[in-house]
Write a protein that binds this ligand. Structure first.
Ligand code: DQA
Length: 143
């Protein structure tokens, strides 16, 4: 499968950003581990701090025939109708992912604008949330 891991704002600082919440692992470490584990699949990675660039990347993935997207939209999760609309507009299944359990955090993190447009949601398992989402996409394809 061709899977895109898509990260939104501030996730370029993983490893250094609030390690008490997000841990010490960098996204490079995470991608290396995922690519080793799922060597039979193509795992692409894109991160942007800009909402428009994330929307453009969703459409690009659709145009390229990407099989699935693992999407951590960061804080845009809680604000972006535009990302909701873009996910709905594409034919690629999207799994929403969060490193932290957003439901145990501040109330403004409890609502997601993108969940209703996504195939499923995985949150609260640290960086392993990404692996669980990749696994879910691969299993869904097998079923
Ligand atoms: C996050 C949770 C969001 O509330 C936050 O804005 C992030 C990261 C997570 O992965 O836990 O940037 O999506």
């Amino acid at each position: 499968m061709n899977i895109l891991i898509l990260n939104g704002p501030n996730l370029n600082r993983l490893g250094r950003r609030e390690p008490g919440i997000y841990g010490h692992q960098t996204m490079d470490d995470c991608m290396e581990a995922l690519r080793a584990r799922y060597a039979g699949h193509t795992l692409q990675y894109f991160q942007s701090n800009s909402e428009g660039a994330l929307i453009d990347r969703l459409y690009q993935a659709d145009d390229e025939g990407t099989d699935g997207i693992v999407f951590n939209a960061g804080a845009y999760t809680h604000t972006s109708v535009a990302l909701h609309d873009a996910i709905r507009a594409i034919g690629v299944p999207v799994i929403e992912v969060h490193i932290s359990n957003v439901h145990t955090r501040e109330p403004f993190r409890h609502h997601s604008f993108i969940s209703p447009a996504c195939r499923g949601v995985i949150c609260g398992f640290g960086m392993d949330s990404y692996r669980l989402a990749v696994e879910a996409l691969i299993e869904a394809e097998r079923a």
